[in-house]
Unconditional design. Structure first.
Length: 81
């Protein structure tokens, strides 16, 4: 059986702490798993203990544990959505 091509080595997912974050993280990790890619999570905003803990709790529920995940926190002016 031949292996699938690997069109993406890295996937970037910019996220906000919204009610749909858990579902979005699941989908992003599913795609990274499918493409055998590293997942980069990017949040523009202040890094706090509460946010870090919430993100770690959500990541603990992720089905695809084989996906390498990098988390980046950037300061800036996020768009209001």
């Amino acid at each position: 059986m031949s292996s699938l091509p690997r069109p993406f080595k890295k996937l970037l997912f910019g996220f906000a702490f919204s009610p749909t974050l858990e579902d979005n993280l699941h989908e992003a990790t599913r795609l990274a798993h499918y493409f055998n890619a590293t997942l980069i999570l990017l949040h523009v905003g202040e890094k706090t203990k509460d946010k870090t803990d919430k993100l770690q709790n959500l990541l603990a529920k992720i089905e695809f544990r084989d996906v390498p995940i990098t988390i980046r926190w950037e300061e800036g002016k996020p768009e209001n959505v």
